[in-house]
Design a protein around this ligand. Structure first.
Ligand code: ADP
Ligand code: TRP
Length: 321
């Protein structure tokens, strides 16, 4: 059976870009093997310095993931910090990681370009991510496109260790969904919490409607034909609608006679309906006070059992025992 592993940072509220880019593919993979999904709270410290907010986000990500269909009977859900051995492995891996490799990481360069402080944690972030992956002997790692380079770095580090110390690590394979392109935000740029252009999965109805109605469009009048290929509305609608419904919206764009406001309403109704069963599940989970803690404790137990074995192998291989 293959082992599937992925992580998500609790650095904010989950949005539909996260859902289609990472969560849905990860949830679908639950059927294909033994899945381990964790909440990357060590990683979140590189950008979040508010302890109360970090704690709240962690709970919320766990709740949202479970509401969206993570099945704890099959899949282990746990906190990164419940397996502190990853920080030890990070140190060991960092001793074979060329600084020049980390200097080329897009994610690091982008974050610094956007004004984040270039702290050592942000710089070595991919090494911690490599440890997250290698400590579970992971086969497949579902991630969004922007994380692909981090998987390549992981493979390089594992290869380097294997060259020096013999066969220590399994080489993991990244899996990005070819069908899920980057989900655009309200302004047409990549949807991201740092751009303030998100549609949250579990936003409140009034607020979500307002946000959908604020999607940026050109100023074509109601009567004019509109280009569906240039429209954020159509791109977002395509995530939720059937082929037939999508073709129908595209036709109405090209024909003219419908204003953007009406298309936005249609999009809102569709997305609200799409997440309805998950909202219901979310309410049920919230009523059971100990459910999330129990799931996380169970997940941590399973994750630790594997991490302990792999770390024993690593320590022995490098000469730390
Ligand atoms: P954000 O950009 O909001 O900070 P993260 O960087 O925390 O989101 O991303 C978490 C996961 O969600 C990653 O696997 C990432 O690839 C995926 N993801 C984030 N935004 C999008 C998007 N707009 N389209 C597709 N996938 C996305
Ligand atoms: N860096 C990932 C992100 O920002 C989160 C992450 C941390 C991760 N460790 C991981 C993803 C290990 C996959 C595997 O989205």
């Amino acid at each position: 059976m293959i082992r599937i592993l992925s992580g998500i940072q609790p650095s904010g509220v989950l949005h539909i870009g996260n859902y289609f880019g990472m969560m849905r593919p990860a949830l679908q993979l639950q059927d294909e093997g033994e899945a381990f999904y964790f909440i990357a709270n060590y990683h979140a410290l590189t950008s979040l310095r508010d302890p109360a907010l970090l704690r709240e986000n962690v709970r919320r990500v766990a709740l949202d993931f479970l509401a969206c269909g993570l099945d704890p009977k099959r899949t282990a859900l746990f906190l990164q910090t419940d397996v502190p051995q990853v920080t030890e492995l990070t140190w060991i891996l960092s001793t074979v990681t060329p600084v020049s490799r980390l200097e080329l990481a897009h994610s690091y360069k982008d974050k610094v370009a956007r004004g984040m402080a270039a702290n050592a944690g942000l710089f070595t972030y991919p090494v911690l991510m490599a440890a997250d992956i290698l400590i579970y002997d992971s086969d497949v790692v579902p991630v969004g496109k922007d994380q692909k380079q981090h998987i390549e770095i992981t493979r390089d580090i594992a290869t380097r260790i294997n060259e020096i110390y013999g066969d220590v690590f399994k080489l993991p394979e990244g899996r990005t969904q070819a069908t899920t392109e980057v989900v655009p935000g309200l302004d047409g740029q990549k949807m991201s919490k740092s751009y303030g252009n998100t549609i949250d999965i579990f936003g409140e109805e009034k607020e979500l409607r307002k946000r959908v109605m604020s999607i940026v469009t050109d100023s074509a009048p109601v009567d004019a034909p509109k280009d569906p290929d240039k429209s954020t509305i159509v791109q977002l609608y395509s995530l939720f609608a059937s082929k037939h419904e999508l073709a129908e919206m595209r036709e109405r764009f090209e024909k003219g006679g419908t204003g953007y406001g009406d298309f936005k309403k249609q999009l809102f109704e569709k997305l609200w309906e799409y997440f309805a069963p998950m909202r219901k599940r979310r309410e049920e989970i919230q009523r059971d006070k100990s459910y999330i803690d129990d799931v996380l404790a169970q997940g941590a137990k399973r994750a630790n059992a594997i991490a302990d074995q792999v770390m024993a192998r690593v320590r022995k291989a490098v000469g730390l025992t």
